[in-house]
Ligand binder design. Structure first.
Ligand code: BGC
Length: 517
């Protein structure tokens, strides 16, 4: 049984079968959920740096921005309303993912993706036609609901469809789509900002409808995962699906494990309460810490505020948008490194290397800004200096893009046993969105207060998370998803929780055996 690993029969070896074209295509379509998330991340920073948008919705921010260069550069964009526009989406996503957990478990992963795509579409339309702040914020809340559903369902979908050997690679297609969405948004902003007449921002916001249509339309044709079909009592359909996606008739072993996992999950009435049980402590810790730490890298400071940040250090409007196109491009290209390496090198090596590289980049960045802007935040910078800053940002972004970016979604989606999988994945989305929200909400204020020290702060967080990976994260490469529980039993720290549970499980078995006699 998946809970204790006692009945898992493949002995840690992979099941028969290969990655089929069918699985590849299904994963490609499903990962388009990443597009809608990425588009959101990339679009708001650029839009909030467009003057016509600011004049219309945030005139006081615009007025402050127009003041002479001697204003403190660290503080000129600090507006609660402006940050609320960016971050309202993440709050909505957080709440929506809790509802998505029920839909994903009871109606299948596909249903959550379909629902998410449709609501997201409504948000894009509202935003594109916005005539006041209310329409803008309500639209963003709809977009958030869409993201909450899709981020809850897509990573699970991908990890369940994929064969263990290529699970990392297939799952990272989600992150690849996130980065593609961000880059597309950056490019679109770059061009729409130049539209005369000042309505370019409408196009930027409205074009979110495109990824929404891809996701909603695509999920109409997607099959559900065998794991979800078994869990919903559709055994025969599940077996047929398993044969189809593995490209072999020899799926007995994997099917039996799915059924065993599903039996275990049926015995559980309340997955949320179960998640809090001591035996699931390793999974619970990961569901909270991985997404939280991913956000504490500070990545979204760059993703949301790159244009604002570049303007802060003295770039012109177009140069700012262009620089964010560059960091967006680096973000996407570096994701391919992860795709190529994750199932060979494993998850830990990528996280450790990426962590160290991010620490160095943040400390150098903080120091560059310290030297130039000091504590009063007044300076103008030369071209070579500006290039140095952009270079540091790219070093940081590329490290994130092959480590914590993709693995922040991959690792949680592969470590939860079926009985708590949907609930635990919601927890991942909740923590990811909560910290995305917090960072989006307080970044401009922190920049104003901590100044260059903000970059040192993120550097320190990266040090902590790298130590965390080193000591507490076991390797998950190549292990079948319904057998993942065995990694905790072998880990120096986590084994105490699993040992206790196994002891209790054995006692129960002995008890049952003696009852039977
Ligand atoms: C993170 C986002 C981030 C993006 C950048 C994702 O994995 O969850 O918060 O903006 O990567 O590529």
């Amino acid at each position: 049984m998946a809970v204790s690993g006692a009945l898992a029969r493949s002995d840690g070896k992979d099941y028969p079968g290969e990655m089929t074209v069918f699985v590849f295509l299904a994963c490609l379509v499903a990962s388009s959920g990443g597009l809608i998330f990425g588009y959101d991340i990339g679009i708001s920073g650029g839009v909030t740096s467009m003057d016509p948008f600011l004049v219309r919705f945030f005139p006081s921010v615009y007025a402050k921005e127009q003041e002479v260069v001697e204003t403190n550069q660290y503080c000129k964009f600090d507006s609660a309303l402006l940050t609320l526009f960016t971050s309202s989406l993440y709050l909505a996503a957080l709440i929506a993912s809790l509802f998505a957990s029920v839909v994903t478990r009871k109606c299948g992963r596909r249903m959550s993706m379909l629902g998410g795509g449709v609501i997201f579409l409504a948000g894009a339309i509202l935003n594109g036609f916005a005539i006041n702040i209310a329409m803008l914020i309500v639209g963003r809340i709809f977009l958030g609901i869409g993201v909450g559903f899709s981020n809850q369902a897509v990573p699970l979908y991908l990890s369940e469809m994929a064969p263990a050997k290529t699970r990392g690679m297939l799952n990272i297609s989600f992150q690849l789509m996130i980065t593609l969405g961000i880059l597309a948004a950056n490019l679109i902003n770059y061009f729409t900002a130049k539209i005369s007449g000042g309505w370019g921002w409408r196009l930027s916001l409205g074009l979110a409808a495109v990824p929404a249509l891809i996701m909603a339309g695509g999920s109409l044709f997607l099959p559900d995962t065998p794991n979800s079909l078994v869990a919903r009592g559709k055994e025969e359909e599940a077996r047929a699906m398993l044969r189809r996606i593995r490209g072999t008739h020899d799926v007995g072993l994997e099917y039996d494990d799915l059924v065993a996992a599903s039996e275990a999950s049926k015995a559980i009435e309340n997955p949320w309460k179960t998640l809090l049980e001591r035996r699931y402590r390793p999974q619970l810790a990961m569901a909270i810490l991985i997404p939280t730490l991913q956000q504490l890298t500070g990545i979204n400071v760059v993703m949301f505020y790159a244009p604002v940040l570049f303007k802060t250090i003295g770039f012109g409007g177009t140069a700012s948008l262009m620089s964010s196109v560059i960091s967006g491009g680096v973000n996407m290209l570096a994701t391919f490194v992860s795709i190529a390496a994750v199932d060979r090198l494993g998850r830990r090596k990528l996280l450790l290397e990426g962590g160290c590289q991010m620490i160095v980049a943040q400390f150098v960045l903080g120091t560059l800004i310290l030297i130039k802007f000091g504590t009063d935040g007044v300076a103008s910078i030369s071209r070579p200096y500006a290039i140095g800053v952009v270079f540091c940002i790219c070093v940081f972004v590329s490290a994130f893009a092959w480590s914590w970016g993709p693995l922040g979604w991959l690792v949680p989606s592969e470590i939860f046993p079926l009985e708590i999988r949907s609930a635990a994945q919601s927890m991942v989305v909740v923590f990811n969105m909560a910290f995305t929200f917090i960072i989006a909400q307080i970044f401009l204020m922190l920049l104003c207060k901590l100044k260059f020290g903000l970059f040192y702060f993120f550097g320190a967080c990266e040090l902590v998370m790298t130590l965390f990976v080193y000591f507490f994260l076991p390797e998950t490469k190549g292990i079948p998803i319904e057998e993942m529980d065995r990694i905790w039993g072998r880990h120096w720290y986590w084994k105490r929780f699993v040992d206790d549970a196994a002891g209790a499980g054995n006692n129960r078995k002995v008890q049952m055996a003696s009852n039977a006699v």
